[in-house]
Design a protein around this ligand. Structure first.
Ligand SMILES: NC(=O)c1ccc[n+]([C@@H]2O[C@H](COP(=O)([O-])OP(=O)(O)OC[C@H]3O[C@@H](n4cnc5c(N)ncnc54)[C@H](O)[C@@H]3O)[C@@H](O)[C@H]2O)c1
Length: 418
């Protein structure tokens, strides 16, 4: 007998939850049956999209979680500092949880979430989407099959993209550590998790360097205004909000992301209003951002292998690029294609995986978002945590590497991880 399609509740009907919910609707692998979202326009649109009755729509997660359990699982897609309370409450109600990263800004809060899930016997899937892409799975297969011998070093580059960085980390939700978290946790918890996954281990020691090098008042060009709309240098500024957001109009993917974070009025007048008055129209050199724009992390593993991660604003928004050096060969990957060099035969094999070239959220992170959502829905339907590629403890461990790296950066030390 096929098992019933799982019912899912959603906390925070923002960009991320909408992606996972749309995947449920597209595939029929899950039914979205309840939502909590304070923004009325978003809530109504979400209810309409998923046929959620008014009685199952709430303006706050507390109201949803005050009800008897309404679904088998819950998607928690609130902002970074609003994960812990709903996750702990949802675990206590017996919901399996798909939780956006980071679990929480601090180790103590993140442990509280993981322990709540364990105590209540529910699955906790943290949205480390990169693990689920067919590209990553091809890398894992090659390494586990011994194609390049023992991995000795990984060079990994996360190119956030100059305009994406300006959108999210200078003008947007992740620009200030106090209201979100460090750039490394917000963005590169994926990369630290990915490298640990590929290595099959947590590093033993880490160091890190990085700072806010560019998006600061001291770098502001002469003649630049505090807002982009009327700025005389906007036509030649790489970070012009005017160019970026007007350029999204007419492209449904870009109107979803990044534009829907800026305005719900996807017209030239709507964009102008948002940029004249809202946070996304500020000059990147006069915003109130404080997170770093460039950072490197170095890692050493127990067997002596090493890895380095570069996370930078100053690049095109593309898939991560990785080189993996092994004792019998090496792999060079660009997120879609893998070039595998076998030393013994001195031959090169090229593998192209399924997925797409769009590394951005608008492109579903190259297919990874959809793969994660499907794995979670299947895990819930089959009550089978093995469908998930990491669990609460696994995510907590790789978040721990991020906190250690941040500590190393701030203190100028090498940090040993227990
Ligand atoms: N896994 C990834 O690759 C990835 C990518 C981008 C963002 N994220 C993470 O996803 C999370 C959400 O990001 P987003 O861009 O979707 O944010 P968003 O701001 O679009 O969505 C958050 C939603 O939560 C709602 N909300 C606020 N208070 C609430 C409450 N009391 N009850 C219920 N809902 C409430 C907001 O109104 C908003 O609609 C963040 O933690 C972010 O870091 C993950």
């Amino acid at each position: 007998m096929p098992r019933p399609i799982p019912a899912i509740a959603v906390v925070g009907a923002g960009l991320r939850s909408s992606v996972y919910a749309a995947e449920a609707a597209r595939t029929g692998a899950a039914r979205i049956v309840a939502v909590a979202e304070p923004d009325e326009e978003r809530r109504l649109r979400f209810c309409e999209a998923h046929g959620i009755p008014a009685g199952a729509a709430f303006s706050d997660w507390r109201d949803l979680l005050d009800q008897p359990r309404l679904a088998d699982a819950i998607i928690i897609g609130t902002q970074d500092r609003m994960h812990v309370e709903p996750a702990v409450a949802a675990a206590a109600k017996g919901y399996h949880i798909l939780l956006e990263k980071p679990i929480a800004p601090s180790a103590a809060e993140a442990a509280e979430v993981v322990h709540a899930a364990e105590r209540n016997g529910v699955m906790l899937a943290v949205c480390h989407v990169m693990r689920y892409s067919s590209y990553t799975q091809a890398v894992i297969r090659l390494i586990r099959d011994g194609a390049i011998g023992r991995v000795v070093d990984i060079q990994h580059l996360e190119q956030i993209g100059w305009w994406h960085f300006a959108h999210s980390f200078v003008r947007g939700n992740w620009s200030q550590e106090e209201s979100s978290t460090s750039m490394l946790l917000a963005k590169a918890c994926h990369d630290v998790d990915w490298v640990s996954y590929v290595m099959g281990a947590i590093p033993r020691r880490v160091s890190s360097f990085g700072s806010l090098t560019h998006f600061r008042e001291s770098e502001k060009p002469k003649d630049a205004s505090d807002r982009c709309w009327d700025c005389p240098i906007s036509p030649t500024c790489p970070y012009s909000a005017k160019r970026l957001y007007l350029g999204c109009l007419g492209d449904p993917d870009k109107e979803f992301w990044p534009l829907s974070a800026v305005t719900t009025d996807a017209t030239p007048a709507g964009v102008e209003r948002a940029l004249r008055n809202g946070p996304y129209g500020r000059c990147v050199y006069s915003a109130d951002n404080d997170v770093v724009d460039n950072q490197i992390v170095s890692m050493e593993f127990a067997d002596g292998a090493t890895a380095s991660i570069t996370v930078t604003a100053f690049a095109a928004l593309e898939h991560r690029k990785t080189r993996i050096f092994g004792t019998r060969g090496s792999i060079e990957g660009d997120g879609v294609r893998l070039r595998v060099h076998d030393f013994a035969s001195d031959t090169m094999t090229e593998i192209t995986v399924t997925g797409n070239d769009d590394a951005s959220m608008a492109g579903g992170h190259g297919g990874a978002d959809a793969a994660l959502a499907q794995a979670f829905f299947e895990a819930v339907r089959e009550n089978d945590p093995s469908r998930l590629l990491t669990d609460g403890q696994g995510s907590l461990a790789t978040h721990g590497v991020v906190w250690a790296a941040e500590h190393a950066r701030r203190t100028g030390t090498v940090v040993t991880i227990d």
